[in-house]
Design a protein around this ligand. Structure first.
Ligand code: FES
Length: 145
């Protein structure tokens, strides 16, 4: 919805909603699995840890001019590796990350997704990734030509 005063897109984030402002191009997306639990031995929790992660990222992103979309998805088939997310974008390598701590890794995930969005090919050099996420890559997927 456009704000009648500023003319900017107003952020709203009910479940499974993309956050996007009028200054963003839909070039990169952070997909967050909302059905994940942080531990495969803990069993399902309510709310799911993935839902907590999604809600926190949406809340955090609503106060910033983030250069990527956030989308809730159900299951990235990485269920045994804690909270999982996938970064993708047009012309970019896709990345699946696991073991995301929904309490303590919000800022790092924000930083990673921002750096990812700012690349042309989706490749964020290992040393430029937040340290807490450097060993969390589960897979990377080549872009479509
Ligand atoms: S439930 Fe999240 S990856 Fe399967």
């Amino acid at each position: 919805m456009l704000d009648p005063i500023t003319g900017k897109l107003v952020l709203c984030a009910p479940a499974n909603t993309i956050i996007m402002t009028d200054t963003m191009s839909p070039k990169a997306r952070l997909n967050i699995c909302t059905t994940c639990t942080a531990s495969s031995t803990e069993g399902a929790t309510e709310p799911r840890h993935g839902r907590i992660l999604f809600d926190k990222m949406v809340e955090n992103g609503a106060t910033l001019d983030i250069p990527f979309e956030i989308r809730a998805v159900e299951c990235l088939t990485n269920c045994k590796s804690g909270c999982s997310v996938a970064l993708n974008g047009k012309g970019k390598w896709g990345y699946v990350y696991g073991n995301i701590d929904p309490e303590n890794m919000i800022a790092d995930l924000q930083e990673l997704a921002t750096k990812y969005a700012e690349t042309d090919d989706g490749i964020v050099p290992w040393r430029e990734r937040p340290e807490s996420l450097r060993r969390n890559v589960i897979a990377r997927i080549p872009p479509l030509d």
